[in-house]
Design a protein around this ligand. Structure first.
Ligand code: NAP
Length: 431
């Protein structure tokens, strides 16, 4: 039987496992390795907590995880607990499904000031990622600036604008729920360096902003091209732009918070005395290739929090070829070479929805099964032996189910779970 290791238990990892199973008729043993003691990666730590219908896709991954030839090997960090070269020795193929959990940095004067945070950190904070539990973003300020015009910027703007009641049914973690409930933020600026026709926001997500309890979106129609030009847009984008135009007709009606869309606004400098106090923005216009070019005209936005939502990157792994400018592994349609493959954001860069990873996983699985012969390798047995000798506290899927049951048992009323954040606490539950 062929032995395959998949590194990363998010959507790309489990779609690949599912595809390997289906295409091989179960004649493959799969270990899904994750550095966290909990599975599902982006579903748990990235998807917004108030988007439970999107998160429900985890049930499909759970079905794969519970099948006989698939194991979850949690709390194992490749590079620390086991080397990549060791995995390539133990398995017939290794698939990197490590996602893109790191922020693309915003290189601006002042971007190191307290109160400037990347979306990976901010999203991780409200989603209970152990790495960002201590973020403590400043919410005792009147205004925040969210940089970027993609769906992550929308998630962040929405989470900053919701009332506690609007988090009913979500699995936002307790510390973020309480901090956001005390938030003094009344204005959230969403900054796009280009215009309304260049946004990367999808209609459903954008439309949500028009129905918030205590916040109203605001646009300036002077930023928009002639309405007739919308007809040339692809249907999804056209719908998003229609939502934006409709925002112009909304009245606050007693709602206390405003989400202001600043288009043609390129951040140039962040300033403050030890912490962010203002952001200087340069107005832009588009050149013939629709790239933003500065006009030299600047203005200031007073804000005590800046969240950069300008994209992510895959962390490099020693010895694996990497394209730094694209933030992903160097690959030829998922093939890295020497038994190594990549899928999802690690393959393509951070674009596309969760569903995009399905065909991606299926394509890479096909290549693995065509190229990787059964080499009589030790597979999971060998990995267990090696990790055991190193004293690594491996978390199995059964262990995770115990953590999950404890999270459900301690959930706030109306919430599906209250996530554990501390890894030692999680390990304590399953031991
Ligand atoms: P994204 O869609 O690539 O958007 C990034 C935004 O950042 C763009 O507006 C980009 O502007 C801007 N940007 C990049 N560099 C910048 C800079 N130096 N200064 C100012 N602005 C800059 O990325 P994302 O929002 O992180 O989302 C990642 C993927 O996850 C997307 O495919 C997204 O659709 C998906 N996602 C989906 C959902 C959902 O379906 N509910 C939720 C969250 C994320 P330019 O266009 O000018 O480069």
């Amino acid at each position: 039987m062929r032995k395959v290791a998949i590194i990363g238990s998010g959507p790309a990892g489990y779609y690949s496992a599912e595809a390997l199973q289906k295409q091989s008729g179960d004649a493959v043993a799969i270990d899904v390795i994750d550095r966290m003691p909990v599975p599902y990666g982006l579903i748990r730590f990235g998807v917004a907590p108030d988007h439970q219908s999107i998160k429900a896709v985890y049930k499909r991954y759970e079905k794969v995880a519970l099948s006989e030839n698939v194991r979850f090997v949690g709390n194992v960090l490749v590079g620390r607990d086991v080397a990549m070269a060791e995995l390539l020795d133990l398995y017939d193929a290794v698939i990197l499904a490590t996602g893109a959990p790191e922020d693309r940095p915003l290189d601006l004067p002042g971007s190191g000031l307290a109160g400037v945070v990347g979306s990976a950190a901010f999203v991780g904070w409200y989603n209970g990622h152990p790495d960002f539990a201590a973020l403590d973003p400043p919410l005792d300020v009147a205004a925040a600036a969210v940089i970027g015009n993609g769906n992550v910027a929308l998630d962040v703007a929405r989470i900053l604008s919701k009332t506690p009641a609007e988090f009913a049914g979500s699995d936002i973690v307790g510390h973020a729920f309480e901090a956001l409930g005390r938030s003094a933020i009344r204005t959230v600026h969403v900054l796009g360096r280009r215009g309304p026709h260049q946004i990367a926001m999808t209609p459903k997500e954008l439309g949500e902003l028009g129905h918030l309890e205590d916040a109203v979106p605001k646009v300036d129609l002077a930023d928009f091209p002639a309405e007739a030009d919308d007809s040339a847009l692809e249907p999804g984008l056209r719908k998003s732009v229609t939502h934006l135009r409709d925002f112009a007709g909304l009245e606050p009606g007693g709602r206390r918070k405003t989400i202001v869309f600043d288009f043609f606004a390129r951040p140039v400098r962040i300033e403050g005395d030890g912490k962010v106090e203002r952001l200087t923005v340069e107005r832009t216009r588009l050149d013939e290739r629709k790239a933003a070019i500065g006009t030299g005209e600047t203005y200031e936005i007073d804000c005590g929090l800046v969240v950069t939502c300008i994209g992510y990157r895959t962390p490099p792994i020693d010895g694996v070829p990497y394209e730094a400018d694209l933030g992903r592994f160097t690959n030829d349609e998922g093939v890295i070479g020497g038994g190594l493959y990549c899928v999802g954001w690690a393959r393509r860069g951070p674009t596309g929805t969760i569903g995009t990873n399905r065909p991606d996983g299926y394509e890479v699985a096909e290549k693995v099964l065509a190229e990787a012969a059964d080499g009589g390798k030790a597979g999971g047995t060998g990995l267990d032996r090696l990790l055991g000798a190193r004293g690594v506290d491996v978390v199995t899927f059964g262990d995770w189910q115990r953590i999950e049951a404890a999270e459900t048992a301690r959930a706030r009323e109306g919430s599906p779970r209250e996530k554990f954040i501390d890894i030692a606490e999680m390990l304590g539950i399953c031991r």
